[in-house]
Design a binder for this molecule. Structure first.
Ligand code: PLP
Length: 406
C-alpha cells in the first residue's frame, strides 16, 4: 500500500466541478487581482474566524511581515517567537531588521511556553508571536495575560490553525491584535498557489493593512507610506470561496483520523492513552538527546502520540490536526522503514530556529532550548488529510508496530 503525506489530487476531485466553475468564472471576468472574489473571501474569513475585519494578502509569510510592519517594528526592536516553528515566523522579524528573541516550547503542545515568556521581555520587545503549531492553539490566555501586563501586542501565527478554537469557542486569529493565516496548498484550507490573510478587530490597523498591501497607496498614485505588493489574486480567492464552507467537515475528518491513529497506537501497545508529558525520560537533563539514542520515552510507552492539551476545565481546545506528529525513538530509521513500505512522513522541523545558520549572530540563539532540541530529534509527522482512510491508518500503525517488533 502507498500512503502519501497529503493527497491534493483526492482533495481536488472531491470538489472538482465547483472549483473548475470558479476558475472559469475568474477567467471570464478578467478581474485578476483583488475585486469581488477577494472581497467576498475577506468577509467570509472574518465571519468564520469571528473577527471584524480581514485583509486578503499574498501569503502567510507576507501576512506576518505586514502585521509587524503595521506595528512599526524596525531595527533595534525585539520580537519574541517560539524557536520550534516554520522559518517564516522568525524570518519576517529579521527581514525588518528587528531581532527575533527565541524561547522554548511546551513539551505537550509544541507551542510557546508561557512560563518562559516574562523573563524574555525587555524594553525593546515590540511584539510576541505565538504559533498555533500543527493546528493547536498556543496557551493564549496565559500569553495574553502576560502581554497585557507589559502592554505588548500579540500577533497570532495561525498559518496552521484556521478554525482551531481556544477558550469559549474563540477561534485562532481572533485573540491577538492580528491573526496571520496561510492558504499554501497543503494547509487545512489551501489555495491553488500562494495566499494568506490577516484578521483583526482594530479598524485603524485594518485600514493601514489594506493600504500597505498596495504600496501604501491612498488615493491612487499617492503614497502615504512604503508598503509593498501584498495583494491576493482573484483566482486564489475564488478557490478559497469554494473551499471555505467545507473546512469544518475537513477538520472533523482529520480529528477522526487522529483519534483512530491514537486508538490504534494504544491497542498495539505502542502508546499510552495519556501521553507522557516529557519529551524523553531524562528530560530536562538531556539537551543532547539529539545525538544520543533513546530506547524508551517513558516506562510505559514506546512512542508519544500528539496531545490535545486540556489546560483547564473551562477551556475548549479544538485541535484541527494540521499535522499528526508523533515522537519516536530511532526516528530516522523509522522514517526510512516507513518509506520502504510506501508510507510518506516528514520531519517538522529538523532544525529549530535558533540553530539556523542565518540566526547565529543573535544572542538568544545560544540559550539552551531542551524541548525544541529534543523535539527536532524525535518528531515525525505521519500522513494526515481528510481523505485518508481507515485501512491506510491501520497499515501505517501496523508497519510502525512491526518496526518496533511489537
Ligand atoms: C506555512 C506557514 C507560514 C508561512 O505561510 P506561507 O503562506 O507559506 O508564506 C508561516 N508560519 C507557519 C507556522 C506556517 O506553517
Amino acid at each position: 500500500m502507498r500512503v502519501p503525506l497529503i493527497d491534493l489530487q483526492a482533495h481536488y476531485q472531491s470538489l472538482k466541478p465547483a472549483l473548475d466553475e470558479a476558475l472559469l468564472r475568474v477567467a471570464a471576468s478578467q478581474v485578476c487581482i483583488l475585486g469581488k472574489e477577494v472581497e467576498d473571501f475577506e468577509h467570509a474569513i472574518a465571519a468564520y474566524t469571528g473577527t471584524q475585519f480581514a485583509v486578503a494578502v499574498s501569503s502567510g509569510t507576507d501576512a506576518l511581515l505586514m502585521a509587524l510592519m503595521a506595528l512599526d517594528v524596525r531595527a533595534g526592536d525585539e520580537v519574541i517567537v517560539p524557536t520550534f516553528s516554520f522559518f517564516a515566523t522568525a524570518g519576517a522579524v529579521a527581514r525588518l531588521g528587528a531581532t527575533p528573541t527565541f524561547i522554548d516550547v511546551e513539551p505537550q503542545s509544541f507551542t510557546l511556553n508561557p512560563l518562559l515568556l516574562e523573563e524574555r521581555i525587555t524594553s525593546r520587545t515590540k511584539a510576541i508571536i505565538p504559533v498555533h503549531l500543527f493546528g493547536q492553539c498556543a496557551a493564549m490566555n496565559d500569553i495574553l495575560c502576560i502581554a497585557e501586563r507589559h502592554g505588548i501586542p500579540v500577533i497570532e501565527d495561525a498559518a496552521q490553525a484556521i478554525g482551531a478554537e481556544y477558550v469559549n469557542g474563540k477561534k485562532a486569529g481572533s485573540m491577538g491584535i492580528m491573526g496571520c493565516f496561510s492558504f499554501y496548498p497543503t494547509k487545512n484550507l489551501g489555495a491553488f498557489g500562494d495566499a494568506g490573510a490577516i484578521t483583526t478587530n482594530d479598524e485603524a490597523l485594518y485600514i493601514k493593512l489594506k493600504q500597505m498591501r498596495n504600496h501604501g497607496m491612498e488615493p491612487r498614485y499617492h503614497h502615504k507610506f512604503v508598503g509593498g505588493n501584498f495583494r491576493m489574486d482573484a483566482l486564489q480567492a475564488a478557490v478559497l470561496n469554494v473551499k471555505l464552507p467545507h473546512v469544518e467537515s475537513w477538520h472533523a475528518a482529520r480529528r477522526r483520523n487522529a483519534d483512530l491513529y491514537t486508538r490504534l497506537f494504544v491497542d498495539y501497545g505502542l502508546a499510552s492513552i495519556i501521553p507522557a508529558r516529557m519529551a524523553c525520560r531524562d528530560f530536562p537533563h538531556c539537551p543532547e538527546c539529539a545525538t544520543q539514542p533513546i530506547d524508551r520515552f517513558s516506562n510505559d510507552t514506546v512512542l508519544l502520540v500528539p496531545e490535545q492539551v486540556y489546560r483547564s476545565t473551562q477551556i475548549r481546545n479544538y485541535h484541527i490536526f494540521h499535522q499528526y506528529t508523533i515522537r519516536a525513538p530511532h526516528r530516522d530509521k523509522l522514517r526510512n522503514y516507513l518509506a520502504e513500505h510506501g508510507i510518506a512522513s516528514e520531519i517538522y522541523y529538523p532544525l529549530p530556529l535558533h540553530r539556523q545558520e542565518c540566526f547565529q549572530h543573535i544572542p538568544s540563539a545560544y540559550d539552551p532550548f531542551p524541548i525544541a532540541t529534543c523535539l527536532s530529534a524525535h518528531v515525525l509527522s505521519l500522513p494526515m488529510y481528510p481523505e485518508l482512510c481507515e485501512e491506510q491508518i491501520q497499515y501505517i500503525v501496523q508497519t510502525i508496530a512491526q518496526f518496533f517488533d511489537i
